[in-house]
Ligand binder design. Sequence first.
Ligand code: ARG
Length: 590
Amino acid sequence: MNLKLLFLCLFLAVLIIPADVRIQTFYVVFQVLDGLTDDDDDDDDEPNTDWIFEIQEPDGRCNPNPCLNNGVCEEKGKKNFKCDCPKPFKGRKCEKGPKACRRGRCGRGECVLTSTPPFYECKCKEPFQPPRCRTVALCEPNPCKNGGRCVRDDMDFDCECTPGYSGRFCHVGPDDCYEDNGESYRGNVSETDDGKECLYWNSHFILEKGVNPFSSFEDEDGLGPHNFCRNPDGDMMPWCFFRRGRKLLWDYCDVTECPEPTDVAPTEEVSAGPQPTAPKPTESETHTAAATKQPPTKPPTPEKPSEAPSTSAKPTAAQPTSNATAALEQFSTCGKPQPKKPITRIYGGLKAIPGAQPWQVSLQVRPKGSNQLYRHICGGVLIKSCWVLTAGHCVEPSSNILVLGGLTLNSEEPTEQTLQVEEAIKHEDYRETPSAVYNDIALLRLKGSNGVCAHETQFVKTACLPDAPLNDGTECTISGWGATENSSYGSNHLLDAKVMLISQEKCSEAKIYGSVLDDTMFCAGYLQGGVDSCQGDSGGPLTCDQNSTHVIYGLVSWGDQCGRKNKPGVYTRVTHFLDWIKSKTETAAA
Ligand code: ARG
């Protein structure tokens, strides 16, 4: 990155970031839902979200789906829609939730929703007692299960468990463990890694945040009116929601992996690439749940870098391919993330799951000739085994490496592949001014052998190039490790979020970006602010669905601060550069 741009980015980062929000989460849906169940007001003060549908000329009134809480949208003529709301939701957009759990209804307990009158139940936090969780009783009745002895400790108590039992109430048995990724786990652990108590899956607090675990996940996922850890969404291990003040967060649980793996011995792999294995999270981070993966909110632990997360990854030469056929088979399809069972995700996505953004690249640098740790500076997108697309302003003369297939920056994951950059080709017409960056695109050619550089695995795949422009209002996905609401240095965990394509005309209005936009870029995000990309996400993907395939439609480029009202993110318009990409990648291959 040249000095001017570095200055621009630093300036933006320093100026803006405390208030900024990046792949930030509280988008309009949550604002609409927030307070529905706790407050006594009658939902009249909800922010008006109709602008989305009015200004962006979406493709029909039901696209994007205006109905919240899994409401089914039906078009009514050219201009209108009707939402068929699942019980107990009501309202034009199914935005009105049940009010059974008003604030304070359950004293020092958790209010959970039930399907029969009075439609709620109080789950008291010990030592508070049912029915209203307002009175305290220490050790009487004994809250400890499985023969555990209750010991009073001032105004609290402890359970002394009989051998083999554990958990705050000795409710976790000796054989309580999970196999594989824990999707089949039906045990009793109800605490996170950090000892936070899990919320009941039917807690009103989860529902209030726009999440309905029962409709969001499939039935047989083991969810129910309990607070045991589960893995209903194909994550790497059981997890649960918990709350911190008004924030809904999630984290992995304090569950034990079963000792004897029941897997059959792996059969021989055709792929020349590294064996994909789901990484077991080694660190505990908390995750905001109420929207898209949100930034980890745990304060940095001492071993974590306090600056931009560095990586311990060392460049490794690409593994030699076993034969030419294997090379041909590799990356024969693009734009297909690891198939997951179809789940309706919480609005905007819950958290990045392994393999969901398999084309996401972390571009890392260190000064030439030094042996400092590599430092993440930008995102990128794998489009072929040996080619990565990134933003032009991300190309620096320092020594570059690319890390593919990873989710966290500060730990080396078994799914990762690290490759060196052989050549960086910045667009010839790349140009930056104090207000915009033009033709912000570059191609990175990777080091490999026999035309094979990255190896296709569950976690490393290519995105397709788009073949036609998409409609304004289309919902697309952005991802990256850039600055977040909580950390101006960036996130250690890969985050993703949904944004909408905003029409060029709208985005060129004087109060938005005026006349600085040209056809090498487009805007995406939400004009009311909130979800956005930010410093450190540059060069990373904005992918959209085109004929059931993920196409790389934009590259994170610039924006006036992050997450601000009327200042959406600006992305390099990949469709404008299709011939350029083709000419560069084909000449080099010939
Ligand atoms: N220039 C920034 C980077 O180098 C990206 C800024 C994107 N800003 C935004 N508001 N979307 O990472």
